[in-house]
Design a protein around this ligand. Structure first.
Ligand code: NI
Length: 195
């Protein structure tokens, strides 16, 4: 039943499934050709973007909302050394590394709430895919941008970042990560004895 008073295009916040839900371990299916530029795909993409923003994530893949399809949303808020990327959805993506260089960086996941870990990823990748309207998407990403895309792409193959960690010792809870990794100098000051 339609919700009274709400236009059909109103974004819904979808439930994000957590590790243990079988959909997170499935290889997702490509979005069928006939879905491009339809309300069905548009609505899913809009809901994915909306849910990502409400949950304060930088990325969200369709399997994380229990839709075993090959698309994901992401955005980059931008920082001193990273360009801003407006929230966008990439459908049926293909990625390949540019060069062999990898680097470790911190990741978390809305389906594994409360944890952070160091994950090695390719520094630079090429991405090809489709937009929701079917138009081709082609881009080169590096650094955090490349990391986010590799993380989301993995979800389409039933892989989570824990599977990619080479040093499980780095796994930590978010408050501890904020305290000892993000602001270690401040944490040390806090802990220095009073007398
Ligand atoms: Ni994730």
């Amino acid at each position: 039943m339609a919700e009274a008073g709400l236009p059909a295009s109103t974004a819904q916040k979808l439930r994000v499934v957590r590790l243990g839900h079988p959909v997170l371990r499935k290889v997702a299916e490509p979005v069928p050709e006939e879905w491009f530029d339809t309300g069905r795909l548009n609505n899913l993409a809009t809901d994915l973007l909306h849910t990502m923003m409400v949950e304060e994530g930088v990325g969200l893949a369709a399997p994380q909302v229990a839709e075993p399809l090959r698309l994901f949303a992401y955005w980059l808020p931008g920082s001193e050394d990273e360009p801003e990327v407006e929230p966008r959805v990439i459908v049926n993506p293909e990625i390949r590394p540019v060069g062999e260089e990898t680097e470790e960086g911190w990741e978390g996941c809305l389906s594994i709430p409360g944890l952070r870990g160091l994950v090695p990823r390719y520094v630079r990748i090429k991405v090809k895919g489709r937009a929701v309207d079917g138009s081709p998407v082609s881009l080169t990403a590096d650094g955090f941008h490349a990391r986010v895309i590799q993380h989301e792409y993995d979800h389409l193959d039933g892989i989570v970042y824990l599977d990619r960690m080479t040093a499980m010792r780095s796994l930590m809870f978010e408050p501890e990560w904020e305290r000892y990794v993000l602001a270690p100098a401040e944490a040390e000051q806090e802990e220095s004895p009073d007398a």
